[in-house]
Design a protein around this ligand. Structure first.
Ligand SMILES: Cc1cc2nc3c(=O)[nH]c(=O)nc-3n(C[C@H](O)[C@H](O)[C@H](O)COP(=O)(O)O)c2cc1C
Length: 403
């Protein structure tokens, strides 16, 4: 898609078709959906990629903006179709930032989903979820003034009704594709939990523009399940794609961790120089199933900060894992599902990450835990010092949590 002043601006499904009717979408990810990652993802069947979220004010700052852009943003002609995402809380500033990319991408997305503390402080992302006038103004200014379409990525509300009302408002303001992340603003970190596909389905049924569904994609098989369940036009994956960059590619088994790590490093070396912090974060995720079996390499990776070190670690891991795969074999590890739906693969293959379950006292503040600890100590003094004593056990557990 090229945008010239004479090209009429595409809307809804015409826009979606011009993008190539994408069904497999790589999510916007700060410091992780950078150009090198997009190259890798497209090789493995991603149809559309989003850039990481850029901060509209920093991006368009007349004095410092060029530095921010140089550090954060790169693209080229092969990097399409592409949607650039911004966070913002001022329509004019958002427009200024969007104007700087309108000739280098296919659409501009407004982030209405970021739930992090930094977004609360900066007043953007999901913390605008209740400021509908501001959201409307930001989307509609891009809809009117930008040469390319505007899209939006939202989170859901606690009820289906409010979620649908919200999505309709976003559509009426001018968003031409809506990505629905089926989690609430509060669902983050250890509280991430499951995304609600029913709410995504309800939005899809209520709006006329295309909808991308986001959340709960762990394996290739989940992509079609999500499309079937929600009726969405495309599925967006973030974490699933970080742990398996070939998540959208149909194949018998997920790729080997070292294969993906090596290919990504080659892209960074030969095509697209990338900041070492970003590379390291990718390696930790791609290699996640393998590193616990080679803790010396995990420690080396933790300390590494040069490309050559990343390369050497990956090559050493490759040598070891190839031998281990040969020795152990894969008959018992060919993707059989357990009762929780977790598939069994060898630790040399890319696999999703499951957050560890929280200790039973999750949610208590450190103060509360200290108080509990003191009470347990006092009780202990009064009782015998047996290790079988439940209070002693509780004390030990509290100490472990506080440590
Ligand atoms: C490392 C990381 C960075 C993210 N950065 C962004 C971002 O820049 N913009 C955004 O809208 N969402 C961001 N997200 C959220 C994802 O786009 C996505 O909505 C969320 O992770 C749920 O999808 P998933 O279940 O496939 O991971 C990020 C997520 C991760 C894991």
């Amino acid at each position: 898609m090229t945008n010239t002043p004479d090209t009429p601006k595409l809307t809804g499904y015409d826009f979606y078709k011009a993008l190539g009717s994408p069904r497999f979408v790589v999510a916007p990810m700060v410091d992780q959906s950078e150009q090198a990652w997009r190259i890798l993802s497209r090789r493995y069947d991603a149809h559309l990629c989003f850039t990481p979220m850029f901060h509209a004010r920093l991006f368009s700052d007349p004095e410092q903006g060029h530095k921010y852009r140089k550090e954060q943003w790169s693209t080229d002609k092969a990097d399409r179709p592409l949607i650039v995402q911004f966070c913002a809380n001022d329509p004019q500033i958002l427009l200024q930032a969007a104007k700087l990319v309108e000739n280098d991408c296919d659409g501009v997305d407004l982030n209405l989903g970021c739930p992090q503390h930094i977004a609360k402080r900066g007043h953007y992302g999901s913390f605008l979820q209740d400021e509908w006038t501001l959201i409307r103004d930001m989307i509609s200014i891009l809809h009117k003034e930008l040469a390319i379409p505007v899209t939006a990525k939202i989170r859901v509300f606690p009820t289906v009704e409010k979620t649908v009302e919200y999505a309709k408002m976003v559509e009426a303001a001018g968003a031409q594709i809506i990505t629905v992340h089926g989690r609430l603003r509060e669902q983050k970190g250890h509280n991430t939990g499951l995304a609600d596909w029913d709410k995504i389905k309800a939005v899809k049924e209520a709006v006329k523009v295309p909808v991308f569904a986001n959340g709960n994609i762990l394996y290739y098989e989940d992509v079609q399940k999500c499309l079937d369940y929600t009726g969405a036009d495309g599925v967006m994956s973030a974490e699933g794609s970080l742990y398996n960059p070939a998540i959208f590619a149909k194949r018998d088994m997920p790729p080997c961790t070292w294969e993906m790590a090596q290919e990504y490093l080659e892209i960074c070396r030969d095509l697209c120089p990338t900041r070492t912090g970003i590379i390291k974060a990718h390696l930790f995720k791609i290699l996640q199933p393998s590193l616990p079996h080679h803790t010396d390499l995990r420690a080396r990776l933790g300390k590494a900060n040069k490309f050559e070190e990343f390369w050497d670690i990956t090559m050493e891991l490759k040598k070891r894992l190839e031998e281990e795969r040969e020795r152990v074999g894969e008959t018992e590890l060919a993707g059989q599902e357990d009762i929780k739906g977790i598939r069994k693969y060898g630790y040399w293959r890319c696999q999703p990450y499951f957050r560890p379950e929280l200790p039973a006292d999750h949610g208590k503040s450190k103060g509360e835990k200290k108080k509990e600890l003191k009470e347990a100590e006092a009780t202990l003094k009064r009782s015998s010092e047996s290790t079988e004593n439940p209070e002693a056990k509780k004390l030990k557990e509290s100490e472990a949590v506080l440590a």
